[in-house]
Design a protein around this ligand. Sequence first.
Ligand code: ATP
Ligand code: MG
Length: 603
Amino acid sequence: MITRKQLIKKYLDFFKEKKHGIIPSAPLVPENDPTVLFTTAGMHPLVPYLLGQPHPLGKRIADNQKCIRTVDIEGVGDKTHHTFFEMLGNWSLGDYFKQGAIEMSFEFLTSEKWLNLPIEKLAVTCFEGDNDAPKDTEAEDIWKSLGIPQERIAFLPKSENFWGPAGQTGPCGPCTEMFYWSGEGEAPKIFDTDDNNWVEIWNDVFMAYNKKADGSYEKLVAQNVDTGLGVERVTAVLNNLSDNYLTGCFKPIIKKIEKVSGKKYSDNERAMRIIADHIKAATFIISDGITPSNTDQGYILRRLIRRAIRYGKELGMENFTSKIAESVFEIYDDYPELEENKEKILSELEKEEERFNLTLEKGLKIFNRWVLKIKEGFRKNEKKIKWSEGKYILKGKDAFLLYQSYGFPIEMTKELAKEKGIKVDIEGFQKELKKHQDLSRTAAEGKFKSGLADSSEATTRLHTATHLLMAALRDVLKDENIMQKGSNITPQRLRLDFNFDRKLTKEELEQIEDLVNIKIQESYEVKREEMSPEEARKKGAVGVFDGKYGDKVSIYSVEDFSAEICAGPHVKNTCELGHFKIKKEESSSSGVRRIKAILEDSP
Ligand code: ATP
Ligand code: MG
C-alpha cells in the first residue's frame, strides 16, 4: 500500500536528487493568464519561464500542482478522469531535453528504489509527424534503448501527441506518453491505444516550438521539457487498483456518500464518482476564492455543485454537500488553505444547495412532462400540436426556462435530455439568453417599466391562463359562439363561466388541459396591441364590443391561438405559467358551465 502523500514525496525527492528546485502549487485560478479559467496543468504557472524568462530556482523545476479540467467534467464517471486532480511535474528550462527527460521518467517509474513498476506493464506513444514537425523517431529510439519493445510503442497524430498551448499562441511541441496496464493478468504483447485497460499515467512534452498568432510554429531558442504525472492514476496503479475512486484520494469521500445515502458504491459507481469528484473540485475552487455565480469560474463551480446535487437526489440524499465535503478535508490536510477556509467552503456549499433545492424538483417535474409530451406528440402524430423544431428536440426557449427559472445549468439540461434520447436546441438557448441579457440590461438602466409589479403575480398568471382556457374551449369544443359569461380570479385559482349546453366529457377536459399546457410549454409571447374595435373584430378577438372601450381597445394575443379584448395585466410569456390543471367542471346556471382551474409549479 502506498499513499498519495508517499507518492508525492517520492516524486519530489527523486527530482530533488536530480537537482530540481521544488516550487509550491500555484492557485487554481491563474494569476496572470487570461487564456484559461483554471489551471489545467502544471505548466500554466510556468509559461513565462518556458518562454525564456529566467526562473529564480534555476533551470530545473518540479512541483505538485492542483488542477481543474473543465473539459473533463462530462467524462467524469469513469475510473480515471477527474475535474480536480493533482499533477506532479518536472521542467527543464533550456537544460535537459528528450534524452534526459525520458531517462528520468523511466528511472522513476521502474527503478526498485522508486516506484518499481514492472516494465512488462508499460507502453508509450510518440508523435507520428506532420507538416509542422517531423515524426519523433528520436524519442522512439530512446525508449527502445531503455528496453521498451517496438510493439509497445505507438505513434499518434497531433490531436493526441502534440501539446498545444491553451490559448492561440504559446510554447508547444511533440510529446511522449506513458501508459500502464491496469487490466487483469499480463499485459497484451501489442500495445492497443484504444484498449481502456491501458491507462495514461505520465506525459513528457518536448517544447521545441512557439505557436504564433498567424498559426505558424517557430523553433524556440531554449528547448524546454514539461511533464505531467497524474497522482490519482499512479496511486491506483501502485496499489493494483484499476479504479482511482478506490484509492485514498477518494475512498473517504465514497465511504461518506455510502454512509449518508445508505447505498453501496458497487451498485452506484457512476453517480457516486460524480458526486465525489464534483464536491471535491467545488471544495478546492471555493477555497481559492470563487463563489457560485452565472459567469466564468463561478458558473463552473455552480455547475459542479448542482450536478452533484442532482446525482445525490438520485441516491436519495438531501442537504448533503457539506457533509460529504468534510471528508475532503481529511484527505487533503496537506493543503492549509482548505482548513483556513473551511467555514466559508461549507457555508457556500450549503447556500448553493439551498438555492437549488428551491427549484430543482419542480424543474425536473416540468422537464419530465415535456419529455412525455415530446414523445407522445410523435407517437400519436397529433395534427393540432406543432412541434416546430423537428423531432426529439427540446426547444431553446424551454431550456432557457429551466435555466432562468429553475437554475438548471444548460449542460445539465443537455445531459438530462440526452438520457431521454432528446437533443437540446443550444443555439436557440443562446439566443434566448442573449435576449434576456439585453432585457435585463434595459431593466437595470431603468428604461423598462413592468406593469406587473403592483398586482399579484399569481393572479396575473391565472389571468393569462384564463385567456388560454377560453381559446382551448372554443378550439376543442369546436364552437365559435362560446363566450365568457363571467370570471373570478384569486391568487389560488381561476374560475371561468361560459355558455355551453351540456356537461363536458372527461376526454374533452383532458384535451383542453393538454392544449393549454402545450401553449404554455411552447413559450409564446403574450402580445399587447392597441387597435380600433373594428380591427379587433376582424382579428377575431373575443370580448365585449360595447361603447365602454372608446375608440381604441387593447388586445392581448398569444400567437394565432388566442386574442381577447382585455385591460390586462398579463404575463409576458406563456412559459411563466407552470402547469395548468382543471379542478372542476360544473353547471353554473342554465346553459352556462363553470370551470375552476389552478396553475401548479409556477416559477
Ligand atoms: P487522457 O487522454 O487520459 O484524458 P491527457 O492526455 O488529457 O489524458 P495530459 O494532458 O497529458 O493528459 O496530462 C498529464 C497527466 O495528467 C496524464 O498523463 C494523467 O496522468 C493526468 N490527467 C490528465 N487528465 C486527468 C484527469 N481528468 N483526471 C485525472 N488525471 C488526469
Ligand atoms: Mg484528457
